[in-house]
Design a protein around this ligand. Structure first.
Ligand SMILES: Cc1ncc(COP(=O)(O)O)c(C=O)c1O
Length: 418
């Protein structure tokens, strides 16, 4: 495997450290070292490793059969649960990753509107589908003027034709984004947005920014796609409930599979009809050998059953405890730092500059080495977070676990500046 593993995002120097197992909120590597897992497979494991309900659901399915060339009851039950929680979602289709969910949403929007382009926010990560990853790695020498951001390729060799069909808007900059969207008007099939994009800073969207996106998409006849692959974990009704957004399409992944591979696209009945084969060939054919695979469906149902309103209150409390602890930690060391995020999601920044979007986060030094050095120091000291400072708390955690994370930060912080 190039680099010694299969995921660029978990690559570690000078060599890989391989995981062996998990227990509760802890991860144990093959050398027997135990750490608090404060990233939960990049936000997927909202219940940590400890949920007996998920394990039991998976065991039962294991006995019944791993996967079939027929639909199963599990996909009906999970769909009912998701439609119940997300009023904007009237119909759903499954796939196996958030990347596919976003790809499908874009294809649906193109088929429904008959338009070729979509808009996305600079720096936002939506998986690795060519158009969706545009400008995710934009840099000062490539990103262009703030009022006219360039569509920057992420993978070398991305065809110019792909980039030409992606309109890049600045996150949280309402007047500039509105002007760009109106200028592209009738060529846009959709606007794709994550209300708190991790790679663009994990800064919550401003209410006026989201209101503008909803208003303008309706006026220009484009769909609003909310990428909730990560943010569904922000509340019982997802981020759309927490932020009061009414999207046309929603993409889901991560927690809705209970730890198994998953993705889903859902939304308005008339829009989702592009998948409907009842009257002949659908506008968007969609298959997938493992789409809606029963192991994922059963684990996902179990995960949602444990995601009660009380579970979200607990997660919010953990987030608030972390904020208090970490603020005291920065103050004690006299180190400029701040934490962004909401609910069970946090991102640590070693800068006190105001953050609102990708460019301000980049300028504040996030792209630089200090946060990565902090993540390495935490790893050595017993806490796993993402290299960019992203953290995701789980229902398996207690206030004591958060205190342990904060205490470990306290020891690791000076080493990020050593
Ligand atoms: C907002 C968002 N969309 C899509 C994806 C892609 O999901 P997956 O890794 O399951 O392909 C991610 C992954 O982190 C994500 O954060």
């Amino acid at each position: 495997m190039p680099g010694g593993n299969t995921r660029h995002t978990v690559y570690r120097q000078p060599h890989q450290v391989y995981a062996a197992r998990g227990e509760g909120c802890r991860i144990i590597d093959i050398d027997g070292n135990m750490r608090i897992d404060a990233v939960g497979n990049f936000t997927a494991l909202i219940h940590g490793y400890g949920s007996e309900r998920i394990r039991e659901a998976a065991r039962r399915q294991l006995e019944a059969g791993l996967c079939f060339g027929m639909p199963t009851e599990g996909e009906v039950i999970l769909s009912e649960m998701l439609c119940d929680r997300l009023p904007s979602v009237e119909m759903l289709r499954y796939c196996n990753s958030g990347t596919e969910a976003v790809m499908n949403a874009i294809k649906v929007a193109r088929a429904f509107t008959g338009r070729p382009k979509f808009a996305k926010c600079e720096g936002a990560y939506h998986g690795t589908y060519d158009p969706a990853e545009t400008s995710q790695e934009a840099r000062p020498d490539t990103w262009g003027e703030v009022d006219n951001p360039v569509s920057v390729p992420t993978a070398r060799g991305t065809p110019q034709g792909v980039l030409d069909d992606v309109v890049v808007i600045p996150f949280n900059n309402t007047p500039v984004a509105e002007a760009i969207l109106r200028a592209k008007g009738n060529s846009l099939a959709a606007v794709l947005v994550d209300v708190m994009p991790n790679r663009a800073g994990l800064v919550p969207a401003r209410p006026e920014f989201l209101a503008m996106l909803r208003r303008v998409t309706r006026e220009i006849g484009a769909l609003l796609i909310l990428d909730e692959v990560i943010t569904f974990r922000l509340g019982y009704h997802g981020a759309q409930g927490r932020f009061g957004v009414d999207p046309d399409l929603t993409t889901l992944g991560k927690v809705i599979g209970g730890g198994f591979p998953v993705g889903a696209v859902g939304g308005r009945r008339d829009v989702m009809a592009v998948f409907d084969p009842t009257a002949g060939a659908p506008a968007v054919p969609h298959g997938g050998t493992f789409s809606a695979n029963p192991m994922t469906m059963m684990a996902g149902i179990a995960a949602l059953e444990d995601l009660t309103p009380e579970a979200f209150q607990h997660l919010d409390r953990l987030g608030a405890l972390f904020d208090q602890g970490i603020a005291a930690c920065f103050a004690r060391h006299g180190i400029p730092g701040q934490v962004t995020g909401l609910g069970s999601l946090r991102r640590v920044h070693l800068s006190d500059a105001p953050l609102s979007d990708f460019r301000s986060t980049f300028a504040a030094g996030d792209g630089a080495k200090r946060v990565a050095a902090l993540a390495r120091a935490l790893f050595e000291a017993g806490v796993l977070i993402a290299a960019n400072g992203l953290m995701a708390f789980s229902t398996a955690m207690t206030a004591e676990d958060i205190q342990e994370i904060v205490d470990t930060f306290d020891r690791a912080l000076p080493r990020a500046f050593a």
